[in-house]
Design a protein around this ligand. Structure first.
Ligand code: ZN
Length: 570
């Protein structure tokens, strides 16, 4: 059994996704999954929503809403954005009883085998609220790269920052109040113990330059113990008596969450599993690939791999395709400052195929890249809609005059085109920018061919256009769905005749009535959101991901807001 599992770490439930998120991991994972499926592989795509990071609480406080409401609202928005952009999710893993049981079971196994250790750790402490500060609650300088930011994982260099190690720590909510440093016993995972296995693993794992730099700099010094529990109240309660009242550190849910979202995705596709980690078990025939930002890489790739190595029961991920920052007009996207473009809103103005193409072409795979509406319009017209519409018009002239003969040379060219696209889509070298540039190159070539087409070459043109559309289908989802009976690859590049069919055109503006759908095709997002009662999200169609929300009562019960650790709700 050969199965590809594609995972993008769940975004924090503190708002909707913006274009930066989409151009980073989420569109890439969608294109990768669609291509794998088109070439006949079993593939599934899992992501979800991260509810337990204290960023949710901090954002809710800023917005003046209850964190529980913010996380439900964020999930709904994110699912709508995925649907609007044609990002097809199989498993959408969120907090709920099943997930809580999986996380707890995962760490109980490590705990039983003595693989977690109790350590005394220093935390900044806010006397007025009785809170230990971590992650979103405390800012200061990164001890490694000196950038200002929160504790947890440094947004700038990607290395873990213990709250007690921040340079000049300040409370995020009460920056003027002096902080004490207090010591607390927490459970940690001693990552350094797995150095030899990690070095061997990363030596054979393909990495983009940003990740190679991060891993190199992490391995250049002793790998710090990574917290498993935290003296906090927002999170999944940890059941270990020596850290009574603490919760699991949100970053440490990543591995069991990955297994959970895989199980949800497989179930949506008809699998019946005997356990939630069944498809991750050694020998299950699963290849796991992550698409993620550099700031999620340390907990997943280093700590996650070390955890799986310690347990010794599961496959290790085959690859991590990392991305750098995607900016808006040369500035970071910022929801709080309103410097943001939402994919959902943009899809009401521009057909999503154009947006998908542009995000692929400018994807921040190797360095920081930039979005502007001006470039979207100009590049979309010159490299995609203009040439495509001329090619479609040329093909239309031969409709009802087929079947037309296809020359041996056109068959060879079509096969070469399939190989050229495969170079961009196939792992381990998968690259959205390479796929988009191949798409534009090949379309430009077909445009030149179309401008001089004759009765003798019409079959060659129509054949190559059909093969081109299949190759472009993982990106141009609506165009392909409207033009092709199926989007399987390679199709029939060696066919010796072709029957031309009328082709849809691409527009630079979305039709007003059905904003998210360029052609009204069967791929249309068919998502119906129900009322606010549980279940919170009701999907109308089989296209919908398998969403696991606990009933809202159960979910709220898992996140106690006060706990015996002495922390109070913010
Ligand atoms: Zn840093």
């Amino acid at each position: 059994m050969d199965r590809l599992v594609v995972i993008s770490p769940a975004p924090t439930a503190n708002g909707d996704l913006h274009l930066g998120h989409l151009a980073g991991p989420f569109l890439a994972a969608d294109v990768c999954t669609r291509y794998a499926r088109a070439t006949g592989r079993e593939a599934l795509y899992g992501t979800g929503m991260h509810f337990t990071q204290n960023y949710v609480v901090a954002a809710a406080e800023r917005l003046g809403v209850a964190p529980e409401d913010l996380r439900e609202r964020s999930s709904e928005q994110v699912l709508r954005t995925f649907a609007a952009m044609g990002v097809e999710i199989d498993g959408f893993g969120c907090l709920g009883d099943r997930f809580t049981a999986l996380v707890t079971g995962f760490y109980e196994r490590l705990h039983r085998r003595g693989l977690l250790e109790l350590r005394t750790v220093a935390f900044p402490y806010l006397r007025s609220t009785g809170e230990y500060l971590m992650d979103a609650y405390v800012t200061g300088g990164c001890p490694f790269c000196l950038a200002e930011g929160c504790a947890g994982i440094c947004e700038s260099c990607g290395l873990p920052i213990a709250p007690g190690d921040l340079i000049g720590p300040r409370s995020t909510a009460r920056p003027d109040e002096p902080l004490e440093i207090r010591e607390v016993d927490i459970l940690v995972f001693p990552v350094e113990r797995y150095r030899a296995q990690l070095e061997e693993y990363f030596a054979r794992t393909p990495m983009r330059p940003g990740m190679a730099r991060l891993i190199g700099s992490a391995l250049a010094r002793p790998l710090p113990d990574f917290p498993i529990t935290q003296p906090a109240s927002w999170g999944i309660p940890a059941p270990f008596p020596e850290v009574a009242g603490q919760v699991f550190y949100a970053h440490m849910e990543g591995m069991p969450w990955s297994m959970f979202t895989t199980a949800l995705g497989a179930e949506r596709r008809g699998a019946v599993l005997s356990s939630d980690d069944e498809l991750w078990r050694s020998g299950a025939g699963t290849t796991v690939v992550y698409f993620l930002g550099l700031d999620a890489t340390y907990p997943f790739a280093i700590v996650g791999t070390a955890l799986l190595t310690a347990l010794g029961e599961h496959v290790l991920p085959a690859q991590y395709l990392t991305n750098e920052f995607y900016e808006l007009a040369s500035e970071k996207f910022s929801t709080s400052r309103g410097h943001v473009v939402s994919g959902r809103e943009l899809a009401t103005e521009v057909p999503r195929d154009l947006i998908r193409f542009h995000l692929c072409a400018t994807s921040p795979e190797y360095q920081r890249t930039d979005f502007t509406r001006e470039a979207l319009a100009r590049v979309g017209e010159t490299r995609l809609t203009g040439p495509w519409n001329r090619v479609a018009a040329a093909v239309d002239r031969w409709v009802d005059r087929g079947p037309l003969p296809v020359s041996a040379e056109a068959r060879r060219t079509a096969k070469r085109m399939v190989e050229r696209f495969a170079d961009a889509y196939e792992l381990p070298r998968f690259s959205l920018t390479a796929a988009a540039s191949t798409l534009a190159e090949q379309l430009g070539r077909l445009d030149r061919l179309a401008s001089s087409v004759t009765e003798g070459t019409a079959g060659d043109l129509c054949h190559q256009v059909e093969v081109f559309l299949r190759c472009a289908a993982p990106i141009l989802i609506d165009l392909a769905a409207a033009a092709l009976p199926d989007t399987m690859l390679p199709g029939h590049p060696d066919a010796d005749t072709v029957t031309p069919k009328r082709l849809p055109r691409l527009s630079v503006t979305a039709p007003p009535k059905r904003p998210n759908v360029a052609f009204g095709a069967s791929n249309a997002p068919n998502v119906a959101f129900g009322a606010s009662n549980a279940p919170n999200v009701a999907f109308g169609a089989s296209n919908a991901p398998n969403v696991a929300f606990g009933a809202s009562n159960a979910t709220n019960a898992t996140l106690g807001r006060t706990g015996p650790a002495g922390a109070t709700a913010r």
